[in-house]
Each structure stands twice: as structure tokens, then as C-alpha cells.
Design a protein around this ligand. Structure first.
Ligand code: G6P
Length: 632
């Protein structure tokens, strides 16, 4: 989704901001813009399309047709993912407005200003003209209207009038060494670098400069200043940096500096052609990290430090609600099966967006598990708030340390799979299912699960990185098979039991990056309508591993075969029977049913990846998608 970068310090800001925007490209966007301030004024540029277009406008390499590169030590920049108004230059950020005394204010914004129509009407009556269809421009105009020589104060006053969600960074040419930023409901970090501050909506745009950062809380405003203390000395004098945090009501706030837990190498491509492939291939390692320290073999127990304080409440929980969006929802569905099956406790999973608005019933001793890679998904956060308000114990299964969901839950377990850059979630899904499995075993052992059953599951989990590595070795084979059907525009994914959510996930992956229409469903459901779709050669992917429903799945395979469909099967190693029916077989190691999703999803990730590459698509920047959706 939209991305923010801001910088104030002692370096030339334009290349820093452009580099920061490139780091945020993976989040998804359709236009970009920048505002740079120096002692002589402010320059703004906005463009539709890739950051490289903006880069060539503000840092021309060919002499720039007389256009001077943007120069200054203070600036803000933005990648926009359209919500209000189409992707266009006029709607791109920063939005600017002249104050009554002739200064210019520029604003970049993530989130949605809900009362923008009322504010726009009010400001129009005051004589302001609007040049875009965005809610953000209203905020820029409001700050300009309230500006009386103190940017921080104008921002605070403006934000007291605003309803909705925002992360903003604001500059004014009258204060060429000051950046003001604020947040409510949309993430914003401030990196404390050497003689400078870097503001960003995502840690990946900061870690090149520093690992020391502050996470702003809701309704907080930060004023960041950097500049020469004494301009009269020849070398510019000593450099001073200063910042303070307040609330929008101007009450002082003590900020806490924390260490960002990601390394630069984790967000760089290395030798891989795409982040998605890198993240798929690195799963043995990332899952090893996810499991690290969480299985105590000698004592035969699961160690989840994040749940220690709520373990009694967990045991007494009468119901679990698992919620999330997209891939995280699919992980939640598997969690539902796990908790009911192994911990014998009622559980149900639901899209956060649906849960939130249907007046959900939260009985006593209910726990909600919010599942999210980013920890910032607006729908998931809203569902969490709703359940908390109704008395539920709030748990998080989150990848991004320090994210909003992780901070707003009572307890939780981090995935520890490292930052996920590929828009199509892969390693985070497997990490989510691993964590939900561990949580289930943790809970189950305190309830009905025998020592033996626990031991056997833990032993299998320990072997998981190796199992995944075995499946990954088939990447070339999978590519060869996909090549045969990649021109087909409609695919079905079918599975039963634990592998039904995997079918949903396989279909979602294929849709997201290859733009092939794909549907996932329980294999038995096919007969109740979708079978009408099956025609000559239609690819139907079955998850047909050994287990309690193997025979039933085989019957479904025969039904498709009889109608001319192409059968692609994910099957257990050594299953000879399946080769008689399937046109292609991807093998996975033999693991207990409850753990099968952790291996059966891997070939489906590779199917989606290879299909997109074979179709010549930009795997890491799929059209219209955002990595983290911070609006409801
Ligand atoms: C977006 C992404 C999906 C992701 C979903 C939930 O739609 O494109 O890949 O599964 O958000 O994201 P979260 O960060 O909450 O896991």
C-alpha cells in the first residue's frame, strides 16, 4: 500500500528519498512523488507509474533538458496506492497548499481521512480551491489554513479536526530544517541516524541508515529538526539534531527507542531473480528460525515465552476465533482444524472484515487469534478491537515485530521468518501454520493430548525444514509441468480436511501473480456446481496425500478425469497408484495429516511462481495488489 519516506539531516536528500521509495515499491503503488526543501524554497514533483519515472524527473542524468536536480537536506516522498481518485499526477502525493502568508506546506499521507468531505466543504467556503480528488489534499489545506509560523502546532490543531486513519509527514518552506510527522492507525517509524532522522512507514526504508528507531503511537506527533547551529562559520558550524514527541493535544510524550530486528541482506535479492522465489527457496531456513528454541525435546514440551502470562486463560478458553485476511485467513482456517482436532476445543475462523461488522457473539472465556504477516492489516486490527471490546483475550500471530497488532494484543507468538517482501505471501503462511501448530500442541498438552502424541508431532515438526527442502528440489519438474498448461485461463484447486485450506491458498497464489482465474474448494463441493466448468484439458489441482480421505479424493479425481480434465496431483512420496490417474504428480514427504499443509502448500507456491514467470509477468509487483492493506 502507500509508502512514506522523509528525511532531515546533513546529507543531500533526493537520492536518499528515491532509494527509500524503491525499498517500499514491494508494498504496491501506482504513482509517486517528492517534495524537497532548502533555504531557497520548496520543489515538488509527482508522476504516475514507477519510482524510476520520478527519479528521472528529479535526478536527471542526461542534463535534464535544463531541469536542475532537486537539492536540499529536508524532504518527504510517497508511493500512492489509489483509494480516493484514480492514479494520476494530480492525485499523487505530496499535496501542497499556500498559507495565508505565502508559505507552502506539503503533506504525504497513508490512510483515509473519513470526514474529508465535510472538511473540504468548510475549506471551500473559506475560498480554497482543490486540484485533486484526494482526502489528503484536504489535510494539506487545513494545515496551511491553520499555519501561523509553527508547523508542529498547525499539524496538531489540524489533526484534532480529523477523523480516520493517518500516518503523515509534513514540511513547510518557512521551516527548512523541520519535519513534522504523526500517526493514528497507520504505521510510522522514526529512525535515529547519524546527524539525521529518517521517517518511514516501513522499516525496510530505514535500516540502510540505522537500526535505532521509535515507533509512533496513535495520536502522537513528532517534530524533527536538524541543521547547522551556527551558519556563520566557514564549514557550516556544528550540526545539531533535535526531536520531541507530543500528543495532538500538545502533551509531552516519552518515546522509547528500539532496535529494528531486520538486516539489510534480508531485504535484498541476492542471486535470486525475484523476492518471491527467494522467499520460497529460503523456507527451510526461515522455518528453522521460526522453530528455534520452541521445542524442548528433552522435556518433551513446547516453549512459547509469549504465551507464558496467559497460559491459564488459554487452558480455560472455551472457544477460539481465528481471524485474518487473504493468506493469513487461510492459515487461520488450518488453525481451526488443528485446535478442534488436537486440543479438542471449539474454534472457528472468519475473515476479519466479516467478523468486524456482524455484531459477533463473544461468550465468556473466548480468545481471538489475529493472524497477520505485517501486523498492520486494517480489517484484522478492527476485528481485534471489536473482540477485545467485547471481553475476548487477544492473541497475535504476527511476523513484524513492534507492529500495531503485536502491540495491541494481550500476548502472542512472532513468526520469526524474517521480512517478507514478495507480495504473494509464502514463507509467512508456512510460519503462521507452524506457530498455530505449536500453539495447538502447547494448549493440547495442557488438556487432552498424550505425551506420545505430542512427542510424535514435535519430532515431525523438527524434521520440517528438511521435508520442505525435499519438495523444493522439484522446482524444475514443477516448472516443466506448468509450462504445459500455463495458457489455460481457468484452474481448480481441490482438497479435503486439512488440505482444503491449502486448496484455497493454492488458488489465491495463482490468481495473485499470474492473473489466471483459479478457484479453490473442498473436493466434494466440486460435484455441487463447479463440475459444470470442467471441459477438455481444464487443469484441476488435487491435494491427494495419504490420509483418512485419500479414497474419497481419488473418487473425485476419477470424476474429473471422466470429463476430460487435466489432473495435477500433490501426492505422498511412493504413491504409485496416483500416477495412473494424474497427468503430473508433485511429491511430498509422508507426514501426519495435521502437519500436511506445511508440505503440500510448497509445490503450489512453485506452481504459481512458475506460471507467472512463464506468462512474462512481474512477479514481485503484481498489478493492483498491495503487500499490506492498511485501509478497511
Ligand atoms: C494483502 C496481501 C496478502 C495478505 C493479506 C493479509 O491482501 O496482498 O498477501 O495475505 O494482505 O496481510 P497480513 O499482513 O495481515 O498477513
Amino acid at each position: 500500500m502507500c509508502g512514506i519516506v522523509g528525511y532531515v539531516g546533513n546529507k543531500s536528500v533526493t537520492p536518499l528519498l528515491i532509494e527509500g521509495l524503491k525499498r517500499l515499491e514491494y508494498r504496491g503503488y501506482d504513482s509517486a512523488g517528492i517534495a524537497v526543501v532548502n533555504d531557497h524554497g520548496m520543489r515538488v514533483s509527482r508522476s504516475v507509474g514507477r519510482v524510476s519515472v520520478l527519479e528521472s524527473n528529479v535526478m536527471p542524468t542526461d542534463g535534464g533538458n535544463g531541469v536542475e536536480p532537486f537539492d536540499g537536506c529536508l524532504g518527504i516522498a510517497h508511493t500512492r496506492w489509489a483509494t480516493h481518485g484514480e492514479p494520476s499526477e494530480a492525485n499523487a502525493h505530496p499535496h501542497t497548499c499556500q498559507t495565508r502568508c505565502g508559505n507552502t506546506v506539503a503533506v504525504v499521507h497513508n490512510g483515509i481521512i473519513e470526514n474529508y468531505a465535510t472538511l473540504r466543504q468548510y475549506l471551500t467556503k473559506k475560498g480554497y480551491h482543490f486540484t485533486s480528488e484526494t482526502d489528503t489534499e484536504v489535510l494539506a489545506v487545513l494545515i496551511a489554513e491553520l499555519y501561523e509560523g509553527d508547523l508542529e502546532s498547525a499539524v496538531q490543531t489540524a489533526l484534532r479536526e480529523v477523523r480516520g486513519a493517518y500516518a503523515i509527514a509534513v514540511v513547510c518552506n518557512r521551516e527548512p530544517h523541520t519535519l513534522v510527522c504523526a500517526r493514528k492507525g497507520s504505521p510510522l517509524l522514526i529512525g535515529l541516524a547519524d546527524k539525521s532522522y529518517v521517517v518511514a512507514s516501513d522499516a525496510s526504508a530505514i535500516i540502510e541508515h540505522t537500526t535505532q528507531a521509535i515507533t509512533l503511537d496513535d495520536y502522537q506527533v513528532a517534530k524533527l529538526c536538524a541543521g547547522m547551529e551556527d551558519k556563520t562559520t566557514a564549514d557550516g558550524g556544528p550540526w545539531s539534531v533535535d526531536f520531541k514527541t507530543t500528543t495532538i493535544d500538545n502533551l509531552p510524550v516519552t518515546h522509547e527507542v528500539r532496535e529494528l530486528e531486520i538486516g539489510l541482506e534480508q531485504i535484498e535479492l541476492g542471486d535470486y531473480p525475484h523476492y518471491m522465489l527467494k522467499e520460497i527457496m529460503e523456507q527451510p531456513e526461515s522455518i528453522r528460525n521460526c522453530l528455534r528454541g520452541r521445542i524442548d525435546q528433552r522435556e518433551n514440551r513446547v516453549v512459547l515465552g509469549g504465551l507464558g502470562e496467559v497460559s491459564r486463560q488459554l487452558v480455560h478458553a472455551k472457544r477460539f476465533i481465528l481471524t485474518g485476511q487473504g493468506t493469513a485467513y487461510h492459515a487461520g482456517l488450518i488453525g481451526e482444524y488443528l485446535i478442534q482436532d488436537l486440543a479438542k476445543t471449539p474454534a472457528h475462523s472468519e475473515y476479519a472484515s466479516e467478523f468486524r461488522y456482524r455484531n459477533p457473539l463473544i461468550e465468556e472465556n473466548t480468545a481471538i487469534i489475529a493472524i497477520s504477516q505485517s501486523g498492520e492489516t486494517a480489517d484484522t486490527l478492527a476485528a481485534l478491537h471489536e473482540a477485545k471490546d467485547r471481553g475476548a483475550l487477544a492473541l497475535g500471530v504476527v511476523n513484524t515485530a513492534g507492529s500495531t497488532i503485536s502491540r495491541e494484543t494481550d500476548a502472542g507468538v512472532y513468526l520469526h521468518v524474517g521480512p517478507e517482501i514478495g507480495v504473494a505471501s509464502t514463507k509467512a503462511f508456512v510460519g503462521q501454520v507452524v506457530v498455530l501448530t505449536l500453539m495447538t500442541l502447547y494448549l493440547g498438552r495442557r488438556k487432552f493430548l498424550s505425551q506420545e502424541a505430542l512427542q510424535s508431532h514435535l519430532a515431525q515438526l523438527e524434521r520440517l525444514p528438511q521435508h520442505i527442502a525435499t519438495v523444493l528440489e522439484q522446482s524444475d519438474h514443477i516448472r516443466g509441468c506448468v509450462e504445459r498448461w500455463v495458457d489455460r485461463d481457468n484452474w481448480l484447486f481441490l482438497g479435503r480436511g486439512y488440505n482444503y485450506p491449502v486448496a484455497l491458498e493454492g488458488a489465491l497464489k495463482l490468481k495473485e501473480i499470474s492473473y489466471i482465474h483459479a478457484e479453490g474448494m473442498p473436493a466434494a463441493e466440486m460435484k455441487h456446481g463447479p463440475i459444470a466448468l470442467i471441459d477438455d484439458g481444464m487443469p484441476v489441482v488435487f491435494i491427494a496425500t495419504q490420509g483418512s480421505q485419500y479414497d474419497k479424493v481419488m473418487s473425485n479425481i476419477e470424476e474429473v478425469k471422466a470429463r476430460g480434465g487435466t489432473i495435477i496431483a500433490v501426492a505422498t512420496q511412493g504413491d504409485r497408484e496416483i500416477h495412473r490417474y494424474a497427468d503430473s504428480v508433485f511429491e511430498v514427504p509422508d507426514v501426519p495429516e495435521a502437519l500436511q499443509p506445511l508440505v503440500t502448500v510448497i509445490p503450489l507456491q512453485l506452481v504459481a511462481y512458475h506460471a507467472a514467470v512463464l506468462r512474462g509477468l512481474d512477479v514481485d509487483k503484481p498489478r493492483n495488489l498491495a503487500k499490506s492493506v492498511t485501509v478497511e
